[in-house]
Every structure is written in structure tokens, then in C-alpha cells.
Write a protein that binds this ligand. Sequence first.
Ligand SMILES: C[S@@+](CC[C@H](N)C(=O)[O-])C[C@H]1O[C@@H](n2cnc3c(N)ncnc32)[C@H](O)[C@@H]1O
Length: 379
Amino acid sequence: MKTTHKILFQDARELKEIASESVDLVVTSPPYPMIEMWDEMFSNQNPRIQDALAGGDGKSAHALMHEILDSVWDEVFRVLKNDRFACINIGDATRKVRNDFCLYSNHARVLTYLLNIGFSALPDILWRKQANTPNKFMGSGMLPAGAYVTLEHEYILIVRKGSKREFKTEKEKQNRRESALFWEERNIWYSDVWTDIKGTEQKLSNAISRSRSAAFPFDLAYRLINMYAVKSDTILDPFLGTGTTVAAAMTSGRNSIGVEIDKSFQHILCPIAHGIIDFSNDYLHDRLLRHVAFAKTRTEKSGPLKYRNKHYGFPVVTSQEQFILLNGLKEVRDCGDNIFEVMYTAEPQDLNFQQPSASIAGKKVKSYNRPIQPSMLDV
Ligand SMILES: C[S@@+](CC[C@H](N)C(=O)[O-])C[C@H]1O[C@@H](n2cnc3c(N)ncnc32)[C@H](O)[C@@H]1O
């Protein structure tokens, strides 16, 4: 198995290099309008934004910033295949411009535009991040009619172009089965409020600097890719930033295209290819360990699970999990021009997966670098 990853340093408002109806999933997070760190980025793309902000006209600045994003959403709609999803992580902004304090509702504005250009909305995910700052309650303190509630959540808008995706051939169906999630993952990943993903959880070990706080967590991109695309699909992120989506696509056995206007990210993105093998294999290995720990706890509590995974031999709750196969990364080729190829292992044991000790349940799992021993997989 092989995947290809292409990074384009350009403006995503015009994606001529990407053919219409060639992408299977979009996972992205744009710069958030009216969050101050993005003022300059937006103003560079339309100087009228700077004028509006300087003139104290927050509402016009907000509208102009969204016009920039609108052009990217048009391109997203064009390049997506029919019956495919786009997942857009976006937060609202609170801001005082002159003496006027208000919420700028980015998620509502983006969703309205997406629906206008032909997308259908699906239930969205509310990503509740933990903010623990002492001054998080703002406004007039304990006195009524002047305070406002804390803003500690962002949205992941889920929209679809067309309707239900069909998997027609036996090959497509088998690929879908191998791309399935574990039952216990499904229960958390497909819930509409995510509270378990912290901003700093998963890091590409020393390879990528996350000093730019705008990066979303690896887990967020990895989940969405595994929920809304199958192996060998092509994932697009038109606002790539530090490259999280491309890294998550590499780890998931999906192809990807990342677009980023800021060339200064190039020195961050290139190390993706160099650090990704160890990072991905540890991540996949931990995912298997988490499942085994779950299966062990559940077996102890409620008796043996009904099915077994055909590749790893461990118990699973449903028949749909019997063919799950996580492909370890074997080699990354830098093909030049910001194009990378990833080769994967074909055999499950190549991931060096080994059943954890009994004490693993509930603890942070770490990776083991010993070969798999099928007899040890019984839970
Ligand atoms: C919120 S950040 C994305 C962070 C990314 N999800 C990550 O994990 O690193 C938004 C990115 O969009 C880029 N950007 C802004 N306008 C753009 C445009 N018109 N075309 C392409 N990229 C753009 C910014 O430079 C910034 O890196």
C-alpha cells in the first residue's frame, strides 16, 4: 500500500491545480475572523479589512474577512466528489471594537454560506476545550445584566455534498471494513460533544513546533479522517498551517493535499516526512493497546466478547470490527516539490503489536518494540 501527499504553497481561493470532483474529504480549520492574531493575515488579502478595523467598524471587517473564506468554500465545493463530506473546525470570536463589545458568530456565518452554495448540513460537533484561566468570567462580575458567559467551545461543522456514499464493489466493501472503528471508539467519536481532546495532547515528537497556537490537535484530524473517509481516499486541507491534517492522513493510510499561503511554514512541514514513521507507528500501536485494555475490562465485567478480529486475534464487540487493519508506516519518500510518498506494511504483525500487561487498563499506554506473539493476544 502506498499514499501520496502534496503540499501547495499558495492562496486557497483559487485551486486550479486540483481537479473538480477529485477529493473525498475536506478537514480544515480556517483563520477565525475577528480573532486578533489573524487581523494582519486577512488585511494582507484585502486591505479594506484594515481600514474597517481602524475605523471601528467591526461588523464590516467581519463581513469582509468572511468573503475571503467564502472563496475558499467555493473551491472546496468544486473539488469535492459527490456524496462526500467537509469537516470545518471554527470558533466564534468575542471582541470589543471601539466601545462595542459583541460576539462575532463565525460558525453561523460559515454554515449559512455552505448551505447557500449547495452543501447539506449534518449534526455538528461541539468541541469543548478546557480553559482554566482565573479571569475567565468577564463583564460585571456578580452584578446582573452585564456579564456574559465564557466562550470555551469551538465547532466542527459537518456538511455533505450530495447524499449517502455507496460502496458497490466487493473491493470497496472490504476496504471499508478494514477502515472501520472499534465499537468503543465509535461511542465517543460519534458523539456531538467532544470533551476528551485537549489542545496539547498528541505531538509529532520533536518534529513539529506547535508554538503557533492555531494548530488543531492531531487527534482531532485523525478522528475526522477515520470517521468520514476510508483508506486510500484523498483528504484536502486548504488551510494547512503546521501540517496536522497531512500527518493524520499519512497515519491513516489516506492520500492528502495541503494548501498553505504562508511559505514560512515550509521548514515546519518538511520534518513531517522525517518524524512521521515513529510517531505514526507509536500512535497506531497505542490505539490497538487501548482497544485490548477496553476488551479486557469489558470481558471481566460482562463476560466474553462475541467476535474476534481476523488480523490481530483479539476480541471485538461487533461483527463490523472483525476486519479492522491498521497499516504501519514503513518508508517515506521525499519526491521533491513538496510531494511525499508513504509506503505501508502489509501485515498486522509489522506494527510490532503486543498485548499489554494486565495493569495497562486505565493507564497511559506506551509503545512496545517487540514482535507480535499471536498467542498473547487472548483477553
Ligand atoms: C487556523 S490555521 C490552520 C492550522 C492547522 N489546522 C494546523 O493544525 O496547523 C489557518 C491557516 O490558514 C492559512 N491561510 C490563511 N489564508 C489562507 C489562504 N487564502 N489560502 C491558504 N492558506 C491560508 C494561515 O496562514 C494559517 O496557517
